[in-house]
Design a protein around this ligand. Structure first.
Ligand SMILES: *Cc1c(COP(=O)(O)O)cnc(C)c1O
Length: 272
C-alpha cells in the first residue's frame, strides 16, 4: 500500500460545494488555456485532448472534474486504479459515460471516457490494471511490452500503449533513449494484443523554454518518422502525450495531442 492511502480515503464520493467549484474553475481555466495555445499555434480547435492526472484525488474530486468537462483521466498507480474504479465506473454510467474498458461492453448508448495508466507499471501489476484501462502510456522497454501483450492475449483483448521516451535525458526519469525509440516502437507495434497509439514524454525539469521545447519537438519528429515508415502496424501511432501544468502551452505549440494536467485542475498535491 502507498503511504498516503492510509491518510485519505480515495474511494470517497462526496465533496463539499466549495471544493467542487474550485475544481470546476480549474478545468475551465485549463480548457481555456488549451484553446488559446491551439489558436496561437494555428492548430484546429479541439485537436488537443485534456487528460486529468488524478493521482492522490478521490472519486468525488474526479467526478467534479468530469462534471466540469474532463473526458479522459489518467492514474499513476495500480493500487489507486483498484480503489477508485468501481465508484468512478458507476458514477460515470449514471451520467452517460462508459469509463475505460466499460465502453467495450456498453454498446453505443454510453459515451466512452478513456482511462489511461500514466505512471510506471511493474510487471506483477499488469493484471491489476488490464481489466480497466484503455491505454498504458508508460511502456518504455520491450520486455514490459511483451508481458502486457501476453496478458492481453490471454484475456482476448487489445490494449492501447504509448512508448514513453526520455527526451530530457534526466536520470530520474523513465522512458527509453530517444535514439532507440523508432526501433522499439516498431517491435512493440508488432506484438499481438497491443495497439501502439503514439509516444509520451515528461518535459525537462528546467526553466529554460528552449530546452523544454526541444524535447517536445524531438518527440514530434520521432512520431512523424514512425508514420513515414509506412509500416501498417504504426498507422495508429499518432498521439503525442506531452505537456503538464507548467509546460502545457509549449507542448501544444510543439504538436501535443494529449496534455496530462493535475495541479492546474485540482490544486497542489498534499501527498508526494
Ligand atoms: C502527476 C503527473 C502529471 C500531471 O502533473 P501536474 O504538474 O500536476 O499537472 C502528468 N504526467 C504524469 C506522468 C504525472 O505523474
Amino acid at each position: 500500500m502507498v503511504a498516503y492511502m492510509d491518510h485519505k480515503n480515495l474511494a470517497n464520493e462526496t465533496i463539499d460545494d466549495a471544493r467542487a467549484r474550485s475544481i470546476a474553475d480549474g478545468v475551465h481555466r485549463v480548457l481555456d488555456g488549451i484553446a488559446e495555445a491551439e489558436s496561437k499555434a494555428g492548430r484546429t480547435s479541439g485537436e488537443v485532448r485534456l487528460l486529468a492526472a488524478t493521482k492522490t484525488r478521490d472519486v468525488g474530486e474526479i467526478m467534479a472534474a468530469i462534471d466540469a468537462g474532463v473526458r479522459m483521466i489518467g492514474e499513476n498507480r495500480p493500487q489507486e486504479v483498484d480503489v477508485k474504479t468501481a465508484g468512478l465506473t458507476r458514477l460515470c454510467m449514471d451520467r452517460g459515460y462508459a469509463l475505460g474498458t466499460a465502453a467495450d461492453a456498453s454498446g453505443h448508448d454510453l459515451v466512452p471516457l478513456p482511462f489511461h495508466l500514466i505512471g510506471q507499471l511493474q510487471s506483477n501489476k499488469i493484471n491489476k490494471v488490464l481489466p480497466y484501462v484503455t491505454t498504458i502510456e508508460s511502456v518504455d522497454h520491450l520486455s514490459l511490452a511483451q508481458k502486457i501483450s501476453k496478458r492481453a492475449e490471454a484475456r482476448g483483448i487489445t490494449v492501447g500503449v504509448l512508448l514513453e521516451v526520455n527526451e530530457s535525458g534526466e536520470e530520474s526519469k523513465s522512458g527509453c533513449e530517444p535514439d532507440e525509440a523508432i526501433d522499439l516502437a516498431g517491435a512493440i507495434a508488432a506484438l499481438p494484443g497491443l495497439r501502439l497509439e503514439g509516444l509520451m514524454t515528461i518535459g525537462a525539469h528546467v526553466d529554460d523554454e528552449t530546452t523544454i521545447r526541444r524535447g517536445f519537438a524531438h518527440l514530434r519528429e520521432t512520431r512523424d518518422a514512425l508514420l513515414a515508415t509506412g509500416d501498417a502496424a504504426l498507422v495508429n501511432a499518432r498521439e503525442l502525450s506531452m505537456g503538464m501544468t507548467h509546460d502545457m502551452a509549449y507542448a501544444i505549440e510543439e504538436g501535443s495531442t494529449i496534455v496530462r494536467v493535475g495541479t492546474a485542475i485540482f490544486g497542489e498535491r498534499a501527498f508526494i
